[in-house]
Design a protein around this ligand. Structure first.
Ligand code: AMP
Length: 220
């Protein structure tokens, strides 16, 4: 199974990818997580990406394309992958097409999370992440057992700097301008599968398993 998750920030792509990658034993490739990790470790790449990320802008194409190409070459990606947050521009999608052609690993389907604005705002403003391991929570939808503390590693939960109100607005604008053209791009390639992004992750998981079974995609 080789999936691309497409949709605005707050659509639930990361949460679903965490669940599906475990269920199907495929790798979860999140460019946002990779960039945050690089930033945490203060690598040259992380430092280059910092200002773009903090201001809700896209990191330049060549940086993220390089990261993803390298990741897809690793042995574990042969089992399948879920791309979460990549591609985000038409340029990135074209480069991805070239890469997967070289690797002979065609995309099975692109899930497009159709999500309403109030749901996006509620999810992003209530999101908390573990400073240590990066696990995601939500103040009401998915709270930790102890307030402010990660269930998995005991790390401190914080609000991502780019989940503050002003930056959310910028990220949504960038999504409309740069990323939403990918809906048509993948429609033309006959890969687009629309899914209801307003559903919570359990409901969506069930919905998807039904779609995939019907289309015979589960063992591809
Ligand atoms: P995310 O965790 O997917 O919301 O990504 C957080 C931030 O990382 C974005 O707002 C961008 O600044 C950067 N980023 C993640 N993926 C990409 C991408 N494919 N292209 C450009 N920038 C990205």
């Amino acid at each position: 199974m080789r999936l691309v998750l497409l949709g605005p920030p707050g659509a639930g792509k990361g949460t679903l990818a965490q669940v599906l990658s475990k269920d199907w034993n495929v790798v979860h490739v999140s460019t946002g997580d990779m960039l945050r990790e690089a930033l945490k470790n203060r690598t040259p790449l992380g430092l280059k990406a910092k200002a773009f990320m903090e201001n809700g802008k896209l990191v330049p194409d060549e940086i993220v394309i390089g990261l993803v190409s390298e990741r897809l070459l690793k042995k574990d990606a042969e089992r399948g992958f879920i791309l979460d947050g990549f591609p985000r521009t038409v340029e990135q999608a074209k480069e991805l097409d070239k890469e997967i052609k070289k690797l002979k690993m065609p995309i099975t389907t692109v899930l497009y999370f159709k999500t309403s604005l109030p749901v996006i705002i509620r999810r992003l403003s209530g999101r908390r992440v573990c400073q240590n391991c990066g696990k995601n929570y939500h103040v009401t939808n998915f709270p930790p057992k102890a307030q402010g503390v990660c269930d998995a590693c005991g790390g401190k939960l914080i609000q991502r700097p780019d989940d503050k109100e002003e930056t959310i607005e910028e990220r949504l604008k960038v999504y409309e301008k740069e990323t939403s053209p990918l809906v048509d791009y993948y429609k033309k390639e006959k890969l687009l599968q629309e899914v209801p992004g307003d559903l919570d992750v359990q409901e969506l998981g069930t919905h998807l398993n039904e779609i995939f079974k019907k289309k015979g995609l589960l063992d591809r």
